[in-house]
Design a protein around this ligand. Structure first.
Ligand code: SAH
Length: 394
């Protein structure tokens, strides 16, 4: 492997307008475990089917009531006892309060693309804030969801990392983002129009999903569970995106769930990636790419490489070649690259690559035989695009 290549101006990552939290050794602080904070009340979507039945029998009701409540929640997106007329009035409010406590309170809704992109800011029971972004495309509805309030990965170009990690989301707080979006779609449905629901999930909102592994996995299993026990979604429509926590990537590969894995690589060389993605101090580019390739081997799902194109920082032609070489060295047909022109974050001096640099980057990767598609960045005008979710209540 070449140690160092050159060509073009090299801007070094530096933060502007805010300073990155540092650890005792002076390196960017990484938080793999969340601060201990009160988790929300237990909710139906946190529980396995048998546990739901147990909660209901503990209230002195027949176990099958759990299935009825689940159908209201997962299929009709309702948490309102007044709509649940198939449940006996006696004990209904208590049953619903036990299984469906309110988790997400909408604070603000911002729309772009004539309503086809909607960002919602949610307040959680303890005041923590998270965002999710709904994107409607012809024949497809994608929801970008959060897995943590804040993020502990401290990437200097991402707005979410700047405030640090508040806490992990519970399984139900993750699932409820989808149920609420489905409820909004159903409520907004025009007379005579076909029903719409979220069929694509990307864990590209706030947080590092693999740092909240167990709850994220449970949430995915609930998305996949057939109605009335879950959302009956297809694993092929779910993408988990990560900075590259190698042991967790390997664990996810072993779950035998055909979800798509996306790796936020952003630089093919350790020298630059050490600065752009602080977790690179733990797991280097090569071992991270090995884990991504192993993910493909275990699941047969083509891996996505995310690459935010930042002007004069990581967009050099030689880096496209180095990336192409490192990917093809691990075989063909297992990976594709999604360059994302950088979305500016508040106070940032960094800018997106020029269109010419973007085209050259794509051309070089394609010359290596790597399928490459520039990601369209929906919602940048409402700070709803990749890396812009800061959940400020302003
Ligand atoms: N923590 C996960 C998921 C959240 S971020 C991860 O890092 O993959 C979703 C994607 O947006 C990641 O690829 C992230 O690197 C990218 N991103 C962050 N800030 C960005 C910005 N300012 N412009 C474009 N993409 C950005």
């Amino acid at each position: 492997m070449p140690t160092r290549r050159t060509g073009g101006t090299q801007v070094r990552p530096a933060t502007e307008g805010w300073s990155q939290q540092k650890d005792a050794a002076g390196r960017p602080l990484l938080r793999f475990s969340a601060p201990k904070r009160g988790m929300p009340p237990e909710h139906l979507a946190d529980l396995a089917v048998e546990e739901r039945a147990a909660r209901v029998t503990a209230l002195g009701l027949p176990a099958f009531r759990a299935k009825q409540v689940a159908a209201h929640y997962f299929a009709r997106y309702s948490s309102d006892p007044a709509t649940m007329t198939d449940l006996p009035a006696a004990g209904r409010d208590e049953l619903v309060a036990t299984l469906l406590p309110p988790l997400l309170t909408p604070v603000r809704r911002l729309e772009a693309d004539r309503g086809d992109t909607v960002k919602t800011l949610w307040r959680l029971h303890d005041g923590a804030l998270v965002e999710s972004v709904l994107m409607r495309y012809p024949g497809r509805v994608t929801l970008c969801i959060s897995s943590q309030a804040g993020c502990g990965m401290n990437c200097p170009f991402c707005a979410t990392g700047q405030a640090g990690l508040t806490r992990n989301l519970s399984t139900a707080e993750i699932v409820d983002q989808i149920v609420r979006a489905n409820g909004d779609l159903a409520a907004a449905r025009a007379p005579g129009a076909a029903p719409e629901r979220v069929n694509n999930i990307v864990f590209m909102g706030m947080g590092e999903p693999l740092a909240n592994y167990a709850r994220v996995l449970r949430a995915i299993r609930t998305m996949l569970a057939p109605a009335p026990h879950g959302l009956g979604m297809s694993a092929r429509g779910i993408t988990v995106s990560s900075v590259g926590l190698v042991p967790a990537i390997r664990k996810l590969a072993a779950e035998a769930l055909p979800v798509t894995f996306a790796l936020s690589l952003h630089a093919p060389d350790d020298e630059l990636r050490d600065e752009l993605i602080p977790v690179n101090s733990r797991w280097k580019v090569d071992e991270t790419l090995d884990a991504a390739r192993a993910y493909f081997d275990a699941t047969g799902r083509r891996v996505s490489i995310e690459y935010a194109l930042i002007r004069d920082m990581n967009d050099h032609a030689w880096r496209a070649d180095l990336l192409g070489e490192k990917l093809t060295a691990r075989g063909r047909g297992w990976v594709h690259v999604n360059p994302i022109p950088l979305n500016p974050t508040p106070g940032s001096i960094w800018t997106a690559s020029t269109p010419a640099a973007q085209r050259e980057f794509v051309r070089r990767l394609e010359a290596h035989g790597i399928p490459t598609t520039i990601r369209d960045t929906r919602g940048s005008d409402i700070d709803g695009a990749c890396g812009q979710l800061a959940a400020a209540d302003a």
